[in-house]
Write a protein of this length. Sequence first.
Length: 193
Amino acid sequence: MKTLIATLLIAAPLVAASSFAQAQGTTPAKATAAKKTVQKTAKKPAAKKGAKAAAGAAAAGTAAAAVAAAPAAPLSTEELAVSERVFKGRIPCELGAYVNVTADSTNPGYFFVDGRGFKYHMSPVKTTTGTVRLEDKAAGAVWLQIANKSMLMNQKAGQRLADECMSPEQQQVAEAIKKNPPPSLLDAPKPAQ
């Protein structure tokens, strides 16, 4: 993949130089000289790093624009109710990771969930357990939020992207559970016979 990107980064200026030369009516010899100049510039390490950074930024911008431009289907009343319970902001997770959850201003009820190496456009999904669930069905990503923690999973890749994520409200619930743990299901009183 890196080789493909590097090849494209080197080929793009060559194609542009060739097209420019043809548009200007330049002779093939002059166009070849222009190509060699572009190749020499592209071979320099600083130029490669700059070109890679520019290509990476362009790709990230394109991906972000694609995510932002995704048409959103209207949500049901139940899904909008779920979206009201979503914790927003920068949410710290285990191992120094974090997840940013921000509301999509153009599509009510939808959210952008992003962090290191990922960005998803998610919609709420009604659950029978009351768990807050956001999904990006195209990417296979799921954000689950319960009272004391949240997690982000990529079901297509079969991996957790972030775990033990806690908003300030969830941290309070987690501390309360530590101080006063709920009774175990195994310790529950047996029903009278």
